[in-house]
Design a protein around this ligand. Structure first.
Ligand SMILES: Nc1ncnc2c1ncn2[C@@H]1O[C@H](COP(=O)(O)OP(=O)(O)OP(=O)(O)O)[C@@H](O)[C@H]1O
Ligand SMILES: O=P(O)(O)OC[C@H]1O[C@H](OP(=O)(O)OP(=O)(O)O)[C@H](O)[C@@H]1O
Length: 224
C-alpha cells in the first residue's frame, strides 16, 4: 500500500485535491470535516493520510509516508540535507509564497540589506542587545543572513501572527511567508530584499519509504 500524505485542512488541502482530480485520482475526506481519515478513488493500493503541512517533511524523512504534499519552504526548513531524504516529483503550481525579511515602514533609511546590516550594528551599540527578528524559519533565515554577512541580530521564535510582533514590541523585524502582501501592509511593514526563498506546494517522494516500483507506477498513473 502506498501512503500519500496530504495537508489536512484549508486551501492547501482543497487545491491538492483539485490537482489530483485533474489527473484522474479523486481524494476526499472519509467522514465529516473533523475526521482525519481519507478516501482514494481512481488508483489501486493508495491510502490517503491527512496530516499537518508542517509535519509532512518529518513523515517523509522517516519513511512513514511514501509520497507527500507540502511547501518547499517547510521541506528546506525542517530537513537539513533535504536532497538525501526526499525527491521532488512535481511542483504543483499553487501555494506560492515568498519567505522575506521585513522592517517597519517608518524606517526611512532602510532600503536594502546593506542598510539593515548598518542599522543592526548601530542598534546593538545603542541598546546593548541585538536587534530581534521574529520568525519560525530559523534555519533558512540564519543560513541566508550568514551568506549575506549580516551578524548583529538575534532570532526570536514566532509560530504565528509573526507580523504582529513588531507592534507588540517583541521584535524589530520579521522573516515570514508572504503571498498577496496584505498582512505586511496591514501591519505597516516593508520588504527590504529579494526573497530568501520562493516556495510552492510540491509533490515529494520519500527516499526511506522504499517500494520504488509501486510509487513509480502511481507517478505514471498521474502522468508524471
Ligand atoms: N498566504 C499564503 N499563501 C500561500 N501559501 C501560504 C501562505 N501562507 C502559508 N503558505 C504555505 O502553506 C504551507 C503551510 O503553511 P503553515 O506552516 O502555515 O501551515 P498551517 O496551514 O498553519 O498548517 P498546520 O498548522 O496544520 O501545520 C507552507 O508551505 C506555506 O508556504
Ligand atoms: O501575504 P499574505 O497573502 O497576506 O499572506 C501572508 C500570511 O499568510 C500566512 O499566515 P497564515 O494565514 O497561514 O497564518 P499564521 O500567521 O498562523 O501562519 C503567513 O504567515 C502570513 O502571515
Amino acid at each position: 500500500m502506498i501512503r500519500l500524505g496530504v495537508p489536512s485542512k484549508g486551501r492547501l488541502m482543497e487545491q491538492t485535491f483539485d490537482w489530483f482530480a485533474e489527473r484522474g485520482v479523486r481524494l476526499s475526506r472519509a467522514g465529516s470535516d473533523r475526521e482525519y481519515a481519507g478516501r482514494v478513488e481512481g488508483a489501486e493500493n493508495v491510502a490517503l493520510v491527512l496530516l499537518s503541512a508542517g509535519e509532512i517533511p518529518r513523515e517523509l524523512r522517516a519513511g512513514r509516508i511514501h509520497l507527500g504534499v507540502t511547501g518547499t519552504d517547510l521541506i528546506r526548513e525542517k530537513l537539513p540535507g533535504w536532497r538525501s531524504h526526499v525527491e521532488e516529483l512535481a511542483p504543483m503550481g499553487f501555494g506560492h509564497a515568498d519567505l522575506i525579511l521585513a522592517v517597519p515602514d517608518c524606517w526611512a533609511d532602510c532600503e536594502g540589506l546593506d542598510d539593515f546590516a548598518t542599522i543592526a550594528r548601530d542598534f546593538r551599540a545603542e541598546h546593548g542587545f541585538r536587534l530581534r527578528i521574529a520568525t519560525k524559519y530559523h534555519r533558512l533565515v540564519r543560513a541566508w543572513l550568514s551568506a549575506e554577512e549580516v551578524a548583529d541580530y538575534q532570532l526570536v521564535d514566532s509560530q504565528g501572527a509573526t507580523e504582529g510582533t513588531v507592534a507588540n514590541l517583541t521584535a524589530e523585524a520579521i522573516a515570514d511567508i508572504t503571498s498577496s502582501g496584505e498582512t505586511l501592509r496591514a501591519n505597516h511593514l516593508k520588504i527590504i530584499s529579494t526573497p530568501i526563498l520562493r516556495s510552492q506546494a510540491t509533490l515529494l517522494r520519500s527516499v526511506a519509504a522504499g517500494d520504488a516500483d509501486a510509487v513509480q507506477a502511481f507517478a505514471d498513473r498521474l502522468g508524471l
